[in-house]
Write a protein that binds this ligand. Structure first.
Ligand SMILES: Nc1ncnc2c1ncn2[C@@H]1O[C@H](COP(=O)(O)OP(=O)(O)O)[C@@H](O)[C@H]1O
Ligand SMILES: [Mg+2]
Length: 224
């Protein structure tokens, strides 16, 4: 069943009187439960596409249907609602709050959802278990390794129970051994039924996904 349907999507940026065509007539379908890697060199439009898939940005042209919803026609408040309910982001730079410990970082989005402490606790613990960090839950980000910080970021995403996990270069700041460990987590999340879209410029990482889509100069050069 189709989860993500992108049809003839284009996106331009205006920069100092110049137009940069970041996405040029992209069409892509991703089914529920897939694990897709989007692979391409720096500047090829991967993050622009991820921002559109994640409802952080809207295409200039073309259609995007997410789980049956026409995203292009939505207002900002509706987009924010869809993001909160459906999408989990993981970034290269972890984006953890430095003054909160691992537990509190994972808990934060659940506080924003208005859940009580009692409701939050089992969800936070389950998410920390999924990334094997329960025993480190009282550590601040500065007291964790890069790989552990990324696992906290993944747990924070998981606590919200997203249908889709969008990861933009999640191993980009990690050594290759740690990168492989992070990749194993995404694999197991996918085996548990979550849809994973992983962006990378690293072919060895991309090839671990079930399907690889190749990007060049804002165009799809090969759809696996
Ligand atoms: N906010 C922006 N303003 C202007 N140009 C941008 C912006 N974001 C991205 N671009 C340009 O769009 C192109 C695609 O960028 P991006 O999607 O970030 O590529 P990638 O993630 O593959 O490195 C690049 O040429 C980049 O410089
Ligand atoms: Mg990028």
């Amino acid at each position: 069943m189709t989860l993500i349907q992108i049809e003839h999507v284009s996106k331009n940026y205006e920069m100092g009187g110049e137009t940069i065509q970041a996405l040029d007539d992209i069409s892509l379908e991703i089914d529920h439960g897939e694990f897709v890697a989007i692979m391409g060199p720096s500047g090829s439009g991967k993050s622009t596409l991820m921002n559109i898939i994640g409802c952080l940005d809207i295409a200039d042209h073309g259609d995007y249907v997410l789980d049956g919803m026409a995203i292009n026609q939505m207002k900002d408040a509706q987009l924010a609602e869809i993001r909160n309910r459906k999408i989990g982001f993981v970034f290269q730079s972890f984006n953890l709050l430095p003054r909160l410990n691992a537990y509190e970082n994972v808990e934060l989005p659940l506080i924003y959802r208005g859940m009580s402490k009692k409701e939050r606790e089992p969800l936070v613990m389950k998410a920390l278990e999924a990334v094997d960090l329960v025993e480190r839950r009282r550590h601040l980000p500065s007291e964790l390794s890069g790989g552990q910080q990324q696992r906290v970021a993944i747990a924070r995403t998981l606590a919200g129970d997203p249908a889709i996990i969008l990861a933009d270069e999640p191993t980009g700041a990690l050594d290759s051994k740690t990168g492989v460990e992070i990749l194993e987590i995404f694999k197991s999340l996918n085996e548990q039924g979550r849809t994973v879209v992983l962006i990378t410029h690293d072919l060895a990482i991309a090839q671990q996904a079930k399907r690889v889509v190749y990007f060049r100069d804002g165009r799809l050069s090969k759809v696996g």
